[in-house]
Design a protein around this ligand. Structure first.
Ligand code: LLP
Length: 414
């Protein structure tokens, strides 16, 4: 349990609000986020890099709820986006387009046009073919596209393979050896303006060393380019800072800043970081209700009303999310916590020692603020969960629960 969520008189609270009150009023499953926790972690990372010019670009893919984006935009954050849809949401939320960076290995022509029209800070380019497409679109629109090349530094991030990105076997970025040639090509194209260099090597990194090693490789290229007469303004080291789900002890932004800040200071440039999970991960919980308890010879199953369509991380990465009762208890047993979806992979916890719970009881799945709702789906025609933002003693619904009508919207034109 972290900061904003704690037991008080036997009840689990999010800031000053009893979580059971939210569940009773809004129903379950419901995501709850703490404004104080989001603000706190944003400020922590912002402060860590205060000694150098920098922009904290919140990675929208981790959580693109408008209320959260608005909060972060108001705190001065920029945005890291990966699609036209995220650009739309970022603009809706009020992020300054001049602080939006756009990565994706497959930007389409309409997406490129949309981003150019909105004058984003830069495209993080992931291949030569994409660079040439951006150049052609910019030429047609009579503008110059600000670009950074996303390098693949071929460094092992030491995390789950599905969330490792900076190695040659993965689709992301451009091999370091090819970067100079591509920058040279970019310099010959009048519709491109190379302004930066970028990387992102993976997510949920507990040690900062791989990021530092990769940043060194990035800066070698940066220095080379400067010798060639190209002074890039932005050095973007991506996101990836890990959080505590169970008992991990991530090194965090201060440790990263200790080595990165001097590297940036030596050069006259602006640092960009793209945290997602670090800002929202521990700020969110998923409220769910126990529907049934079921036993067989081998196991006891706690069947809850949240499922893999609401939170896919356990099924997809075998990720651990602590599960706490909303009314404090002590006695434990080993159970599987599963949802109603028709897949054996539909579990929130397996062989988990946790408190003994009863039918009808409310639970909170912890550390669900990042890649929770944003990865949720309508699988099994399940309406997506409601989202609530808590601040002090107040809470508000920031996304209503989907209805059955929402499930057929767009399909019912026949
Ligand atoms: N920048 C880029 C270019 C990214 O691809 C990502 C995440 C980030 C920044 C933010 O990374 P973060 O600070 O959140 O680690 N669904 C997975 C995580 C996928 C991460 C994808 N890229 C999960 O639930 O663990």
């Amino acid at each position: 349990m972290t900061g904003a969520y704690f037991y008080h008189n036997g009840h689990l609270y999010g800031e000053g609000v009893r979580l059971a009150d939210i569940a009773e009023e809004v129903g379950t499953p419901t995501y709850v986020y703490s404004q104080a926790a989001i603000t706190h972690s944003y400020r922590e990372i912002d402060r860590a890099f205060a000694a150098v010019p920098h922009i904290v670009c919140f990675s929208l893919k981790s959580n693109s709820n408008l209320a959260i984006s608005r909060l972060l935009a108001g705190l001065g954050a920029g945005a890291d986006i990966v699609s036209g849809g995220e650009l739309f949401k970022a603009i809706e939320a009020g992020f300054d387009p001049g602080k939006i960076v756009y990565a994706s290995v497959g930007k389409t022509v309409p997406e490129i046009e949309y981003a150019l029209q909105n004058r984003i800070l830069m495209f993080n380019v992931e291949s030569q073919a994409e660079m040439e497409t951006i150049a052609a679109v910019a030429e047609r629109l009579h503008c110059r596209a600000p670009i950074a090349l996303r390098l693949n530094p071929d460094i092992e991030a030491k995390t789950h393979p599905y969330i490792t990105t900076g190695m040659k076997q993965y689709k992301f970025g451009i091999p370091t050896e090819e970067a100079l040639t591509l920058y040279q090509q970019a310099m010959t194209l009048p519709s491109l303006e190379p302004v930066g260099i970028q990387m992102h090597i993976g997510s949920q990194l507990l040690k900062v060393q791989p990021i530092v090693d990769a940043a060194r490789k990035l800066l070698e290229v940066y220095d080379h380019l400067r010798e060639m007469g190209l002074s890039l303004r932005y050095v973007d080291i991506g996101g990836g800072l890990g959080i505590t789900y169970r008992d991990e002890a991530p090194e965090g932004p201060q440790v990263l800043a200790k080595t990165i800040v001097p590297m940036i200071k030596e050069r006259d440039c602006t640092l960009i970081v793209e945290p997602g999970r670090f800002i929202v991960g521990n700020a969110g919980v998923l409220l769910t209700r126990v529907l049934y308890i079921k036993r067989n010879e081998l196991k006891k199953f706690v069947i809850v009303d949240a499922a893999m369509n609401d939170l896919i991380r356990p099924a997809l990465y075998d990720a651990y999310h602590a599960i706490l009762p909303l009314v404090e208890k002590r006695e434990t047993e080993v159970v599987d916590v599963v949802g109603p979806v028709c897949e054996s992979g539909d579990f929130l916890a397996r062989e988990r020692e946790m408190v003994i719970v009863e039918q009808g009881e409310l639970l909170a799945v912890q550390s669900a603020g990042a890649y929770g709702f944003s990865m949720s789906s309508n699988y099994n025609a399940r309406p997506r969960a409601a989202e609530v933002l808590v601040s002090g003693d107040h809470w508000k619904l920031v996304r209503r629960r989907e209805t059955y009508e929402d499930l057929v919207r767009g399909e019912d034109q026949a």
